[in-house]
Design a protein around this ligand. Structure first.
Ligand SMILES: C[S@@+](CC[C@H](N)C(=O)[O-])C[C@H]1O[C@@H](n2cnc3c(N)ncnc32)[C@H](O)[C@@H]1O
Length: 224
């Protein structure tokens, strides 16, 4: 995407009522004004809160919001020009239970209060296979701890990925730590049994992998 187009999207994001772009300072120095208040202040209801991490264009945030009008959805990504797509669609289609936050996922404990989140989706994260990149892997121990903090005790986690490595690594970690794996499928379009939303909502990255005939995997788990 050209830089002109990106700038246009950044500008538009600033005018969207469903986009929130806290600065690092706002989050880390003091208490962010929406922390603990997403349902009451933003969605104006008491419905469950579901977040999507590394949401890209926000296919899951928007797709799930349409399917589950009685839940609230927030997509988080550092790249505003990407989630602009989801935010714009939500506005155009009058989907009031979807919103987007521009932030680093590392900061979620400053964005959400303890126990504020009911479910977390992670969709096609970069697997970060190289040893030096391990700290950025979104299901490593440090990230699991962050998720535990903001999730309700019985909160669900969903990981959808094309990366066999990420799938195996995460399953190994969960088993090793005694977390509950509720469902795992290492080839969702070949092996039956995945929940509908796992096969029926497809993301931008997913479509690129599907064109190359890569297997797509899914894990649903709980952090104890
Ligand atoms: C491979 S893309 C997948 C995007 C989308 N979920 C999809 O399936 O099309 C990974 C996304 O995660 C975002 N991302 C990676 N690390 C991040 C971080 N630490 N904080 C916020 N966003 C991050 C990137 O900007 C990118 O949009």
């Amino acid at each position: 995407m050209g830089s002109k187009n990106k700038l246009k999207r950044f500008k538009e994001n600033e005018t969207f009522a469903n986009v929130f772009q806290p600065t690092r300072e706002e989050l880390v120095n003091g208490v962010y004004h929406l922390k603990g208040r997403w349902k009451t202040e933003v969605f104006k209801n008491d419905n469950p809160l579901v977040i999507e991490l590394g949401c890209g264009k926000g296919e899951y945030t928007v797709g799930l919001a349409k399917r589950y009008p009685n839940k609230n959805f927030i997509g988080i990504d550092i790249k505003g020009a990407r989630f602009w797509r989801g935010a714009k669609t939500a506005i155009e289609e009058d989907i009031s239970n979807a919103a987007f936050i521009r932030s680093q996922i590392e900061l979620i404990e400053y964005i959400f209060e303890e126990n504020e989140v009911d479910e977390i989706w992670i969709t096609f994260p970069d697997p970060q296979i190289k040893y030096k990149r391990t700290k950025h892997r979104m299901t490593n121990l440090q990230f699991i701890e962050r998720y535990r903090k903001v999730l309700k005790p019985k909160g669900l986690m969903h990981l959808k990925t094309d990366s066999e490595f990420m799938h195996g690594y995460t399953l190994g970690l969960l088993h090793g730590l005694g977390h509950e794996v509720l469902y795992a499928n290492h080839n969702i379009y070949k092996l039956e049994g995945s929940p509908e939303e796992v096969t029926e909502i497809q993301t931008f990255y997913e479509n690129q992998y599907l064109e190359k005939d890569k297997a797509i995997t899914y894990i649903r788990f709980k952090i104890n």
